[in-house]
Design a protein around this ligand. Sequence first.
Ligand code: HEM
Length: 351
Amino acid sequence: MLWIIQNSKDTPAGTTVEWCEKHKVKYQILLLPQDLNLLPNKLNPNTDGVVFCGGGMNVDEVNAHPWLIDEKKLIAECIKNEVPILGLCLGGQLIAESLGARVSKHSQWEVGWHKIKLDFKNSTTKEITVFQWHGYSFDTPIGAQLFATNECCTHQGFTFKDHVIGMQFHPEATIEWVTDCANSEPQEYPTGQFVQSKEQILSQMTNQQPLQEWYFNLLNDFFKKQLSLFEALGGYEYVEKLVHRFYHLMDTLPEAVDIRKQHQPNLEEAIHKLTFFLTGWLGGPQLYFEKYGHPRLRARHLPFKIGKRERDQWLLCMFKALEDCEVPQHPANDMKKALTHLADHMINQEE
Ligand code: HEM
């Protein structure tokens, strides 16, 4: 179970929820203060973690928002028991404060799409544009690692041991929420050197998608949810589309003529079998195994003449199909590597 603590109706859980649904992670959103009595005071062993969302209030405003005291207690409990916690904006500030860092009014408001520099674990992303809406900021707690920074605000994100992440920005931002923020009443709209206008925010929405991808990778890593290649590709429908494209290419490319000749004139059964096989091989349901038994692929290919030339023709069609179907780079590269290995294993003839 992932608990999502929402501090205000106006700062929703955003794409954190989409990520949970994608990974079938059970989650419960608690909107404070109305769900205060549901706040877990003792975290059960099935707790995957807690996400603390943003909110319009500040960490020191406990008189006006007394539930912040309970939230801080929960954070301290999680830190002590090494339960993974992730804080977004106000959530990040609350965590930083619990770890003894100073949280205070920042010299400038930071609002809209702003670049930050990243140095996050082994991630190759070194810079990304994120959505910001903050007038306060945290210092990096002692013992924590700063992993994100920018010109306006040095302390943009930190990790503490392996189970705590605090961020000043909003990686969870959805298009809808950013639009709502941009449409804030003029009297609530901050001013300053790092404040984008409504028009600037709305014209830079293309930043949301890469931000969401980055955030999902972070969540995968943090909550140890690795997608199988099957899920990363987009499931059965996608595999089916890929296999159709693959056999279409085999059927039409002059470079694949030698392997095409070895297949039946009608490719329907081959399409069906390869779709079933790849579904299981990529980590989805074992459809081929259930219908035809163990694949024993090398043995099943012994009646065909497969040398290096045939292997290369097969891989040519498959790699081109992956490109034509616009399979995202990460799963496509992993698939190419694994399929090359498998195709090598299928060789049964010297040249
Ligand atoms: C990674 C490489 C490959 C994979 C994953 C693969 C997969 C498959 C699968 C699952 C089948 C259906 C098996 C069955 O149940 O009968 C099949 C059939 C077949 N494969 Fe492959 N194959 C590979 C490489 C090759 C290569 C290099 C050739 C070159 C000639 C080849 C030629 C055939 C032929 C001729 C059939 C029979 C199709 C038909 O019934 O018309 N395969 N392959």
